[in-house]
Design a protein around this ligand. Sequence first.
Ligand SMILES: [Zn+2]
Length: 117
Amino acid sequence: MSDRISKMADMLRAGATMLSITCPQCNTPLFKYKGEIYCANCDKVVKIVKGDEAAQAEEAQRAPIDLSGLEDTILEKVRNLSVVMQQEKDLDNLEHIIKNLILLVDLLERVKRVSKI
Ligand SMILES: [Zn+2]
């Protein structure tokens, strides 16, 4: 036990960070060190399997996000604005409409980018 604690202290001194997940074999808090997850007690690199916090977080990042509803909303706004734009004669108002259109198109591109991940 004291050996385990001194190993963990060594890890921290070496610049490792303690994780909130524990080793599946010995339940000792795991460390992240130089991009790898390491168990000071087992004295080895631990591969985190599905179901663990880190794997779940990774999966959440990779999961496709359904933003089709948002895309439709943006397209609807663009359509409405283009109708307003056709009828608008005031240059200041036109400028305002164009700025909003640019923002909407930019937002649409961002949404599409995120949805594709
Ligand atoms: Zn372990």
